[in-house]
Write a protein that binds this ligand. Structure first.
Ligand SMILES: C[S@@+](CC[C@H](N)C(=O)[O-])C[C@H]1O[C@@H](n2cnc3c(N)ncnc32)[C@H](O)[C@@H]1O
Length: 462
């Protein structure tokens, strides 16, 4: 079920009695900003985690206003499946027939009513104002009628009414995930844990920082040292950019499992040289920053690649200055086979393991996305295995636990090959419990408090 915010009780910018707004400036900037992000996500595939911070800056929203806009945006994106089911009961038009802008206003209003402690009169009043400004007076009346019906019950009471009887349907509506994702996650984690996983996907993730090796220390990060990564700390509250090491690029926000899968690659023992490391899909550079720092400490050298020039530029900014960064199609590499001692293939994937941080991915992705990504994932893994020398190690990584992106890809690529050994990945993540029985390792939000990262460590036989 969408997480109920413990945040603001106030109805921000209720507007009534506050005098006339300045011309051309929406009077409720907080909700207008959340609405604009919701629209951009739907209309032009924007990423909320990139667009929202820039809109907040542009509109001068900070402190409690920025926190409320963030809560409303993410809460509405997360809860959309649940809220649409409720709206379907409260509207005389099918949800699919409601125009997009008005539907997003209704979702935003429903989130405030069912997922926050904002007083109902403020939630409805501000939504009606917003409906008037984006869809006209007639639609404002409709929004008022619908949201008044929504406000008649709390979330639990609505769920008792709208949740379907079949288990997949119930999980889908109660935890606001499309059915196909419920099924895929059940296949990956098992029926006994899928509900805990879906619930964890709707929690706000704690902010985890990484102290980039050789450039910052965990003590500088200020928070509690993290449970598993020796380079991580949990930020208790506040803006990560206020941490000096983050502002200076010596530290960054990075999920702990993202750190650990890169670390596991560096921990696999090698026979022979260990000087040449490759990050095949490096953009925007989180793992390359960690690997390049460790490489520099060990006298090794990292080459970090990405297909996209703008992503490669982000890698350049994040990585240790000693690393080489280049634009390369990893499926048609420029190096000779067997050049590298360690290779990371952190391939493009659906991102279904990071739904806490990118809630819109669940609505944007489809089973077709899995089918579309599969050939590229296989080619990149094949290319990584070609790039590593006999005796060297490849880490195949996804930020998705979907079986068709994880073990099925690895098993397909290795089928019929006897030159590759599967290493026991969990044993390179000592101290992290419950990663599975091996040889692959799977992190889970509900078990580890991390993204659902997948790791396969593969050695090319000497
Ligand atoms: C999952 S992201 C990598 C995340 C990165 N390792 C990090 O930790 O920040 C996948 C990356 O692969 C890149 N990519 C896609 N196709 C590629 C190709 N054919 N060759 C190299 N990179 C590719 C994408 O541009 C994207 O930046």
């Amino acid at each position: 079920m969408p997480q109920r915010s413990t945040g603001s009780r106030r109805g921000k910018g209720q507007g009534r009695g506050q005098g006339r707004p300045a011309p051309r400036r929406p009077r409720d900037q907080v909700r207008r900003t959340a609405f604009d992000v919701l629209q951009a996500v739907d209309e032009r595939d924007a990423y909320a985690n990139l667009l929202l911070p820039s809109l907040l800056r542009e509109r001068g929203l900070s402190g409690r206003d920025a926190a409320l806009a963030t809560e409303l945006t993410y809460g509405t994106l997360r809860g959309r499946g649940t809220y649409d089911a409720v709206l379907g009961m409260c509207s005389d038009r099918p949800v699919a027939k409601i125009d997009q802008p008005l539907l997003n206003v209704l979702r935003l209003g429903t989130h405030q009513l069912l997922g926050t402690r904002i007083p109902p009169h403020a939630a409805v009043g501000t939504a009606v104002d917003l409906a008037r400004s984006v869809a006209g007076p007639g639609q404002a009346k409709f929004a008022n009628a619908v949201l008044r019906k929504v406000s008649a019950r709390d979330l639990d009471a609505w769920l008792a009414i709208v949740a379907p009887d079949d288990e997949t349907g119930r999980l889908s509506v109660v935890h606001s995930h499309p059915r196909w994702i419920v099924n895929a996650l059940r296949d990956a984690v098992g029926a006994g844990e899928v509900e805990a996983l879906l619930a964890a996907d709707n929690e706000r993730p704690r902010v985890t920082l990484v102290a980039r090796p050789g450039r910052a220390t965990v003590a500088e990060l200020g928070g509690d040292p993290a449970a598993y990564s020796p380079y991580a700390a949990y930020l208790p509250e506040g803006d990560p950019a206020a941490v000096p090491a983050v502002a200076e690029g010596r530290a960054a926000v990075q999920d702990e499992a993202s750190q650990l899968v890169a670390l596991a690659l560096t921990r696999a023992e090698l026979d022979g040289p260990d000087g040449r490391w490759l990050d095949l899909c490096a953009g925007p550079g989180g793992k390359a920053a960690l690997l390049s720092g460790l490489a520099a400490e060990r006298g090794a050298h990292l080459l970090a690649c990405d297909l996209q020039p703008h992503r490669a530029r982000l890698v350049r900014r994040a990585a240790d200055p000693a690393a080489a960064v280049t634009v390369v199609d990893g499926t048609r590499p420029a190096w000779r086979p067997g050049t590298f001692d360690r290779v990371l293939a952190d391939v493009p994937c659906t991102g279904l393991g990071a739904l806490r941080r990118r809630p819109e991915a669940r609505w944007r992705r489809s089973p077709e996305s899995i089918a579309e990504l599969g050939p590229l994932q296989r080619r990149l893994l094949g290319s990584a295995l070609e790039a590593v020398r006999p005796g060297g190690v490849v880490a195949y990584v996804t930020c998705s636990p979907h079986l068709a992106e994880t073990r099925v890809v690895v098993d397909d690529v290795l089928r019929g090959r006897d030159d590759i050994e599967r290493l026991d990945s969990p044993s390179y993540l000592e101290g992290v419990p419950d990663l599975g029985e091996g040889p692959y390792a799977q992190f889970w939000p509900h078990r580890h408090g991390t993204d659902a990262m997948f790791l396969a460590l593969l050695r090319r036989r000497a």
